[in-house]
Design a protein around this ligand. Sequence first.
Ligand code: SAH
Ligand code: SF4
Ligand code: F3S
Length: 479
Amino acid sequence: MKDTRKDIAVDETELLRQLDYMQGIRKINDAFETETGKKKKFFSLAMGCQMNAHDSEKLEGMLDKMGYERTDEETDADFIIYNTCCVRENAEQKVYGKLGWLKHYKKDKPDTVIALCGCMMQQDSVIKTLRQKYRHVDIVFGTYNLYKLPELMNTRMESGDTIYDIWQEQEEIVEDLPSIRHFPYKAAVNIMFGCNNFCTYCIVPYVRGRERSREAEDIIAEVKKLAADGVKEIMLLGQNVNSYGKNLSEPVSFAKLLRMVNDVEGIERIRFMTSHPKDLSDELIEAMKDCPKVCKSLHLPVQAGSSEILRRMNRNYTKESYLETVGKIKEAMPDITLSTDIIVGFPGETEEDFQETLDVIRKVGYTTAYTFIYSKRTGTPAATMDNQVDEDLIKDRFDRMLNVLNPMIHELNEKMVGKIVHVLVEEPSKSNKDVLTGRADNYALVHFEGSKDLIGQIVPVRIIENKTFYFIAERVNGD
Ligand code: SAH
Ligand code: SF4
Ligand code: F3S
């Protein structure tokens, strides 16, 4: 058996090698700028979860170092990169749709370089399809070798060949990649990669590999650097943060890590995701309660309410144990808000099973829920299970679920009206530039009128209206 507790080497020489390639490409791009007066531009699209979005921040950081400038107009770009997702079928269809469009586009602009990376690229069937039908793609790589982008671009420039570089695993973690944050005041920090849980519906363990935790000291060093750079809110990322640190030579629990991050000066808020209900310890509840910077909101995906479905999903908890965990959390932190992920239509789901899901929704009272229709993923155990549920039946259940969820969310949110909350102001609202948006400590999305100077600050506001999925607020003075 493989020893999962060995040290995960952090490959510094690899980073230096990539920095060399970055410099080399920068020189070429600088020369292009001097000659033409134009800067090379990149368009980058993250198509998946928060981890995928954070990976794109690193890709963008590397492109910036190579002398490219970001553009939000795809048709303006010299380099297009899609960071793909394959968690559900529609995520993959979106990529093929884009590639169909790019095929025509590239006829007019043949010099555009197209790169694909991320989870979807880790599947052999996808690579086969790309090689056969989408020959206009130039560079393809996966989740394990993201840091190799500069080298792959260099090889492409030198050879003109199509580059496929997909790895099946990678133990080493390459630290300190350049990165461009999407928000100056909040940042995501990976604490671990991969997943060992093998929920039977889920493709993630096959495309992201086994669990690998970063050393606590590397994480803290990164958080300190971010704090010095003006970051106030940290989001700690992992597929199952509760099993953080188990594979380190000197194991560190997630609760301990949370306390360490809480001690970093300058950081004012800490969030984390995702917390697997099976591993949520009393130690973590204590740490959340004790640490003032840890936001009192928790994402605790239930997936389904029926214990039988949960068993077949390989979730390793029951409806009862989940509700018990929720009870403990609420007892320790009465004002906490809870969010969840729910899948409807897992193979074999009966009406009775579905009613159990509704029962959990009613008992827990989530203020946010990400709801999904089960999507069959080839290679996962659930894909070959008997009794796949009829599509129309799933859609009907899905609608009925929203009819329970949404009024409940509205009702729970009513309690917020009149309260004063502290909002980290993120950006002007998309629809009205005089309105600012941000999140309260408990993750409530808040809109209020105010000057753009407030962006990046944590300000007190009074909630005046509940709009179900967000709130309207007004400014108040002082703390
Ligand atoms: N590691 C996280 C989530 C990863 S994927 C966790 O365990 O909660 C995000 C969400 O996508 C999952 O929580 C699940 O609700 C959903 N999901 C994953 N595979 C799916 C599938 N095959 N069909 C529908 N939804 C799926
Ligand atoms: Fe997928 Fe389950 Fe791992 Fe989450 S814990 S990534 S749902 S296998
Ligand atoms: Fe995330 Fe999608 Fe990969 S949800 S881990 S980008 S399959």
